[in-house]
Design a protein around this ligand. Structure first.
Ligand SMILES: [Zn+2]
Ligand SMILES: [Zn+2]
Length: 141
């Protein structure tokens, strides 16, 4: 909860109004698996019947710009998933069949890049696309 509080403070510091809808978006993503904009929209629609998918997209991208939210699965707008940045630094394996995501707890940029290449990374993207174990078992592809 303290983390949620610091996210709200971060928004205020950046000069953004923390509207109930923005708060609800953060609540929806907080401590959850990465969600698509559509999943966030479906979640919010119960409490905010007037909200549009476009509003959700706009707010998610604003939160990404502020660094509060990280966008994963960068291939397309429809498959993009969003996760709270403060939940940790992770990378993801993304199933191109069912869209499920698996969190990877190592970062290729931290050791090999800094040590082997003497390069100081500021920002990086590392995503792996493929088939999850369940989809491999189903052999649907
Ligand atoms: Zn799958
Ligand atoms: Zn990393």
């Amino acid at each position: 909860l303290a983390k949620l509080h610091s996210i709200i403070e971060q928004l205020k510091d950046a000069g953004f109004k923390v509207t109930p809808q923005r708060r609800a978006i953060i609540d929806t993503l907080h401590n959850h698996d990465p969600k698509t904009a559509h999943e966030v929209f479906t979640n919010l629609k119960e409490d905010y019947p007037d909200i549009s998918l476009d509003t959700v997209y706009r707010n998610l991208h604003l939160l990404v710009e502020l660094g509060v939210v990280t966008q994963i699965n960068l291939q397309s707008r429809d498959s993009a998933r969003f996760v709270i940045s403060a939940d940790g630094h992770y990378h993801y394996l993304i199933c191109i069949q069912c869209g499920s995501t698996v969190k990877v707890d190592f970062c290729p940029a931290t050791t090999r890049i800094t040590e082997d290449f003497k390069f100081q990374p500021i920002k990086h993207v590392f995503e792996v696309y493929g088939y999850c174990s369940q989809c491999q078992n189903n052999e649907v592809y």
